[in-house]
Design a protein around this ligand. Structure first.
Ligand SMILES: [Zn+2]
Length: 214
């Protein structure tokens, strides 16, 4: 089966409503990596995401650079977001997408303890930079392959406008849309990294110097 996971970061926001309508009309499941401070602004959207069968993931409370943050800061960013999502939806995420793809050994240890798998991406249409629906659509369609994780941002109305065409074109060539946990057969291991071909920064715990930059 040709599967692909559509993921949407940084919400929820006003534009998330339209995206949820688009996904519902096409019976497509996606994964939302939520920013805690937006979860508390729009708890009803988080509940709606969960009730529609989408997967909810943690994307920190303030969109923080977790790879360079102290242990105390990382714990605070993650636990506050987990709590906010739990209060809004009743579910506790098992996925973390580190903002900016910024990671560290310290973060890996903490996510392992907290039961969070670290999910990066394999397609990045740079939709935050190019607020152009046609550009986003073309970039995704050009790069996607079976088993890929597509990174988009539902806080941008231009991205939301690109989603119907992305779904319709991929469905026409046989793709099935799954959540991130479904993509990996429900066997994600806490602390482990998934979807590693994306933009990625790994910081040493002591110096904060970046390793493994492309
Ligand atoms: Zn983000």
């Amino acid at each position: 089966m040709k599967c692909v996971a559509l993921t949407f970061d940084d919400g929820p926001a006003e534009s998330t409503r339209e995206l949820l309508d688009v996904l519902a009309a096409r019976k497509v499941k996606a994964t939302f990596f939520l920013v805690g401070e937006n979860v508390v602004k729009h708890p009803e959207l988080v509940r709606r995401e969960h009730e529609a069968g989408h997967e909810l993931g943690d994307h920190s409370y303030t969109h923080a650079d977790l790879g360079t943050a102290s242990k105390k800061k990382v714990m605070s960013e993650l636990t506050r977001t987990q709590d906010a999502i739990r209060r809004a939806s009743g579910v506790t995420p098992v996925l973390l997408r580190p903002p900016y793809g910024s990671m560290s050994e310290r973060l890996t240890k903490i996510t392992k303890e907290m039961g969070l798998a670290q999910v990066l991406w394999t397609v990045d249409p740079l939709d935050w930079e190019h607020r152009d629906s046609e550009y986003v659509e073309k970039r995704v369609l050009k790069s996607v392959k079976p088993g890929y994780v597509v990174l988009m941002h539902d806080i941008h109305p231009t991205t939301v406008k690109a989603v119907p065409k992305i779904i319709d074109r991929l469905a026409a060539v046989g793709y099935t849309f799954v959540t991130v946990s479904e993509l990996y057969g429900g066997k994600l291991v806490p602390g482990k990294e998934y979807g590693q071909t994306g933009r990625r920064m790994v910081h040493r715990d002591d110096s904060g110097a970046a390793q493994g930059l492309p």
